[in-house]
Write a protein that binds this ligand. Structure first.
Ligand SMILES: [Zn+2]
Length: 94
């Protein structure tokens, strides 16, 4: 399917939540941001699915690398797999 990652009509906060999800899973977020992410995930089925997918990716990679993955690498991989880190395409501008 095309445009499923960053299309219009997603709730506000999706980008933030997806950007923070690796830190969230890592337990690296301060409590305030953690609550924001949790609150968003509770309301947003799409981001919940992303979270589960990223968690699965982390488990696989963690198993391969002994759990020692640089966070930047992990975030890049998640973005590559899930398209969660890509900027929205410009719309209607030519
Ligand atoms: Zn969302």
């Amino acid at each position: 399917m095309k445009g499923e990652g960053t299309g219009p009509g997603r709730p506000p906060g999706c980008r933030e939540a997806l950007g923070l999800v690796t830190d969230y899973l890592d337990g690296a977020l301060p409590a305030g941001r953690r609550r924001r992410v949790e609150g968003h995930l509770a309301r947003c089925a799409g981001c919940s699915v992303h979270l589960e997918q990223i968690r699965a990716v982390i488990e696989v990679l963690g198993g391969l690398a002994g759990g020692d993955i640089p966070r930047g690498t992990l975030g890049g991989l998640c973005a590559a797999f899930l398209g969660s880190g890509t900027p929205a395409p410009p719309e209607g501008r030519q």
